[in-house]
Design a protein around this ligand. Structure first.
Ligand code: C2O
Ligand code: CU
Length: 508
């Protein structure tokens, strides 16, 4: 069905205030859209693809004429894209040459716990010190840091991903305890695509007509750096800055694949846009608007965890932090020579614009969007569930300070929060005070209801992140299968996550 504005009538409040950039900002739709380079494996022998990524400081010209220092995967923001086939294991050797400890998590990956990037499971920096941050010491990770053997063995780390899962767009990002938000903000995020033959055979738009769109917001300090409250003393002292930090940090510049308000030249044809909201805290409601004010259909074909059963057509697509939406847009619906803008209805002023497509030429289009996209979606019933659990996502006190809590508690790596049985189906009821995008590691889930009503059109398919809107109660259902071990669930507003809104999920 078509998403109506009525279905979205209870709009999320935009929380937090934007950090204002202290450098001149370019006009929209001038910078070409970059597509992150695909990483070459170092070897593909032994049935595994092996990759190496060095985490290091680098700089980039994100805004024209301005140099921005970054923390990167392999020297770029976003990091390099990894392309994989379903069921073919991948090992990524991460080498940490940053001046801070890091943790790598493959978001949406069905990954054994020891490669899932638990927040205290650190890759230590070369030299084993913690310049810059002075931050991680409070929580255990410091142990072993002065043991030279530990330092040597842990500054590189092999993460192994079986990728035995539905094909989809995953992303990898930092996940260190209390420090995920600044690490992602400074550049530690990249894409990982999983494909399979069945999806390849559907005839969806492909090649240059498939585009990943990693959408983030950032603000730039006077020196060109990415301004972030807890890292920048001058910002810390400015009145009113703590407030947005608590709600979540918002930037005043929208980047797509690391470029400000970019433009991309397209054929008058169908394109597959693989949208990821990698922003720390910003929510989007996207529409594709033509020069003459018409809205093109956003035909959703996939969710966080892969293809839907059948396409769902939206005019307005809400995208919460960490969510992915796989959509097809037919640019033949706009005249050659015109422009189609991707607009965020929740933005104001310059943050309304996201990017634009310039329809350059007529072209042959042999792609299609089949009426049946997949037949393997799990269809768990309430009656399959062995348990129903309730979790409240609410503000509260943490270590004597403002925090964000699940069930009244801030994250504690030493506490056991939830133990689920391997293979068991459970229903979770999640309630929220303000807007919280809730993410479960290891599993995909389905949305059963929103405050007693049926799920919204964009809740379709298999998800790993669900947007809880203010005051809402959302029911999800999943089967905890795959691997035993210690995983997590948390709010993916990265500042909320760092301020405690995370809990342990043990699969036993
Ligand atoms: Cu995108 Cu726990 O992470
Ligand atoms: Cu939250």
């Amino acid at each position: 069905g078509l998403t109506t504005s009525a279905a979205l009538a209870r709009r999320p409040a935009v929380t937090g205030a934007e950090l204002r950039s202290a450098v001149p900002l370019p006009p929209a739709f001038q910078v070409p859209l970059p597509v992150p380079a695909v990483l070459e494996p170092v070897t593909t022998s032994g049935g595994t693809d092996r990759y190496e990524i060095t985490q290091r400081e680098a700089s980039a010209e994100i805004l024209p004429g301005i140099t921005t220092p970054l923390w990167t995967y392999g020297g770029t923001f976003p990091g390099p894209t990894i392309e994989s086939r379903r069921g073919r294991p991948v090992t990524v050797t991460h080498r940490n040459e940053l001046p801070l400890p890091t943790v790598v998590h493959l978001h949406g990956g069905r990954t054994p716990a020891d490669s899932d990037g638990y927040p205290t499971d650190l890759v230590l920096p070369a030299g084993g010190h913690e310049a810059h941050t002075g931050h991680a010491s409070a929580h255990g990770p410091a142990h072993g840091m002065h043991d030279p053997r530990a330092v040597v063995t842990e500054r590189t780390r092999d993460y192994t991903f079986p990728l035995d899962q539905r094909p989809t767009l995953l992303w990898y990002h930092d996940h260190r305890m209390d420090f995920t938000a600044p690490a992602i903000w400074r550049g530690l995020a990249g894409l990982h695509v999983v494909r399979d033959d069945a999806e390849d055979d559907l005839g969806l738009p492909a090649g240059p007509r498939e585009l990943p769109l990693m959408i983030t917001d950032r603000s730039f300090a006077a020196d060109g750096g990415l301004a972030y409250p807890s890292l920048d003393p001058s910002l810390r002292e400015r009145p009113g800055v703590l407030e947005p930090y608590l709600a979540g940090v918002l930037g005043d510049v929208i980047l797509v694949n690391g470029a400000p308000w970019p433009v991309h030249e397209v054929d008058a044809a169908r394109y597959r846009l693989r949208i990821l909201n990698a922003s720390n805290a910003r929510h989007y409601e996207l529409e594709a608007v033509t020069d003459d004010g018409r809205r093109l259909d956003l035909v959703q074909i996939g969710a966080d965890q892969g293809l839907l059963a059948a396409p769902v057509t939206h005019r307005l697509l809400p995208v919460a932090p960490a969510e992915r939406y796989d959509v097809v847009v037919d640019f033949s619906g706009a005249p050659v020579g015109s422009r189609v803008s991707l607009v965020n209805r929740l933005g104001s002023g310059r943050t309304r614009d996201v990017m634009a497509f310039r329809v350059a030429r007529r072209a042959l289009d042999e792609s299609r969007v089949p009426g049946t996209l997949s037949t393997d979606l799990p269809d768990w019933r309430r009656s399959d569930a062995v348990r129903v659990r309730d979790f409240a996502f609410r503000a509260g006190r943490m270590r004597g300070d403002h925090g964000w809590l699940i069930g009244g508690l801030p994250f504690d790596p030493a506490r056991s929060d939830v133990a689920v049985g391997l293979g068991e189906v459970e229903v979770w009821r999640l309630v929220a005070d303000v807007h919280h995008p809730v993410h479960l590691h290891l599993v995909g889930f389905r949305v059963l209801s929103r405050s007693g009503r049926p799920p919204l059109p964009h809740d379709a398919g298999l998800k790993d992140t669900v947007s809880l809107r203010p005051g809402e109660a959302v029911e999800i259902i999943t089967r905890f299968d795959g691997y035993r071990g210690r995983y997590l669930f948390h709010c993916h507003n990265a500042e909320h996550e760092d301020m405690g809104m995370m809990a342990n999920l043990e699969v036993v």
